[in-house]
Design a protein around this ligand. Structure first.
Ligand code: KIV
Ligand code: ZN
Length: 527
């Protein structure tokens, strides 16, 4: 039974607390190449719980059966954060969202509709009166079932402030507890965005009975700055994603906004409930799952975020760290010593290390993962944290797949055309073999796989990264493939680059297969 909310203090006991609303699994997942399957979303949700986020937006339940299932499973899997589903103001959306969170310890719904004239005219074909009545209707409907209702004015930063104030007052009267003002197009500048929050808090009737929330996109690189401006003007919730993933240029980056608040508390006397030592594990886990490397210069979690290259900086840091360091790497969970285990390490040390890296050992097939770790130890003298993460994610990717890569044999020399023979199993059936020649070993191998699966998607991106140094390093391949209007990412990790490439393609093909099956069950319409 959900907790009854009688007063804003039930969800914001401390007025200086800023709630972290994580939308990695909804807004983040919406961006090309960031799609995740249910198991992957569960792994992220568990890490978000460890991280200490207050709210997890698990998805948009009405958009597809796959999204519904994800929200439902996440709602069952986590206990401390509130789990919400996105919903339009339509009856079928509200009802699906409510059903999806019905098993959550702390369920909630996030209802949105656009409020800018440009969206009303060209997207919704609705009048302001229509939008007002749809909003209050949807909030009132949800209110019959639960107390935790967030309402968002989509494209708030380009909406008329007085019209928006009217809608906000009405949805508060109907029972909304959180009012979110998104900068949907990433168009706002910090001063005006902050002023919008100040205006709403001064002019909306009932403004002091709700939590004001900011949701920013990063089209002008200002998402974090705009979120901070909103907080300075009274917002007590920020919506963000791990690594800042999201539509177009992304959403507010969770790690950046959290660390900005923590590092500059001299200017902003607020706090969050985030265990910052879980930031780096969360960033790595997401990057491994979606196959999007974190740029080296990404604040907080990039490889270079704490690296001092210039001699004058190194000299200063050696004398006194704070000369050039405003945060400590260990505060965000970056392991001080990335060299961890070797062939003599036991299962206990392996499991301990997994947990330190933010991996939920209970969700991993430890026998398989430990066996794979031992094989890797035989190949490599030194096994690093990133090797371990890659290996565990590779095992997770291989379970419950439709296409299974059994073997790859390649021959190549400067005198002969590269040739590949690939063995695969489809849907648990008989092994099948195909051969092909190509411009290189990877090309030959991909052609053989296309023959076996009977589709040839467009390969939009292919990249190889040595996870750690040395010629014996695990190679991590990420690819982005497109077929039937769907774009999916695939990842593979192996000490043999051709094998890693084949695993990445097969992983992408499995995702395509899963999404095509879900789409066949019910066509989806996004927000
Ligand atoms: O960017 C946006 O406006 C959104 C809403 C659905 C909250 O993601
Ligand atoms: Zn958004």
């Amino acid at each position: 039974m959900a907790k009854t909310i009688t007063d804003i203090r039930d969800i914001l006991p401390d007025p200086e607390y800023v709630r972290i609303f994580d939308t990695t699994l909804r807004d983040g997942e919406q961006s090309p190449g960031c799609t995740m399957n249910v198991e992957e979303k569960l792994a992220i949700a568990r890490q978000l719980e460890r991280l200490g986020v207050d709210i997890i937006e698990g998805g948009f339940a009405a958009s597809s059966p796959g999204d519904f299932e994800s929200v439902h499973r996440i709602a069952e899997a986590v206990t401390r954060p509130t789990v919400v589903s996105l919903s339009r103001t339509r009856e079928e959306d509200v009802d699906a969202a409510l059903r999806a969170v019905d098993r959550a310890a702390n369920p909630g719904i996030h209802i949105f509709i656009a409020t800018s004239d440009i969206h009303l005219k060209y997207k919704l074909n609705m009048t302001r009166e229509d939008v007002l009545s749809a909003s209050t209707w949807a909030v009132a409907r949800a209110k019959q079932h639960l107390d935790y209702i967030e309402f968002s004015c989509e494209d708030a930063s380009r909406s008329d402030w007085d019209f928006m104030a009217k809608i906000c007052a009405e949805v508060i009267r109907a029972g909304a507890r959180i009012v979110n003002l998104p900068d949907t197009t990433g168009h706002a500048i910090p001063e005006e965005f902050g002023e919008m929050f100040s205006y709403m808090r001064r002019n909306v009737e009932g403004a002091d009975r709700v939590i004001w929330s900011a949701h920013c996109h990063n089209d002008l690189g200002l998402a974090v700055a705009n979120s901070l401006a909103a907080i300075k003007n009274g917002a007590r919730q920020v919506e963000c994603t791990v690594n800042g993933i999201g539509e177009r240029a992304g959403n507010t980056s969770m790690e950046e906004v959290v660390m900005a608040l923590r590092t500059r508390k001299d200017l902003m006397a607020v706090r969050t409930g985030i265990d910052t030592r879980q930031i780096y594990p969360a960033s790595r886990l997401l990057s491994q799952i979606i196959g999007q490397p974190v740029p080296p210069n990404k604040p907080i979690v990039g490889d270079n975020a704490f690296a001092h290259e210039a001699g004058i900086h190194q000299d200063g840091v050696l004398k006194y760290k704070l000369t050039y360091e405003i945060m400590k790497p260990e505060d965000v969970g970056i392991p001080s010593n990335k060299l961890v285990l070797g062939k003599h390490s036991g299962r206990h040390a392996f499991v301990n290390r997994l947990e330190e890296l933010g991996v939920d050992a209970a969700a991993v097939d430890l026998n398989k993962a430990f066996a794979a770790f031992k094989v890797l130890c035989d190949k490599k003298k030194i096994v690093y944290d990133d090797d371990i993460l890659a290996l565990v994610n590779e095992e997770a990717r291989r379970t419950a797949d439709h296409f299974e890569l059994v073997d790859v044999r390649v021959t190549s020399s400067v005198r002969i055309t590269p040739h590949a023979e690939v063995t695969m199993r489809m849907g648990g059936g008989e092994e099948r073999v195909a051969e092909a020649s190509g411009d290189g070993m990877v090309d030959a191998c991909y052609k053989a796989i296309y023959k076996l699966v009977g589709v040839q998607p467009a390969l939009e991106r292919y990249s190889v990264k040595a996870i750690t140094g040395g010629t014996d390093a695990l190679g991590e391949v990420s690819c982005l493939v497109r077929a039937d209007g769907m774009t999916v990412a695939g990842q593979g990790a192996h000490s043999d680059i051709v094998m890693a490439s084949a695993l990445a393609l097969v992983n992408a093909l499995n995702r395509l297969h899963g999404r095509a099956a879900a789409a066949a069950r019910r066509p989806a319409e996004g927000p």
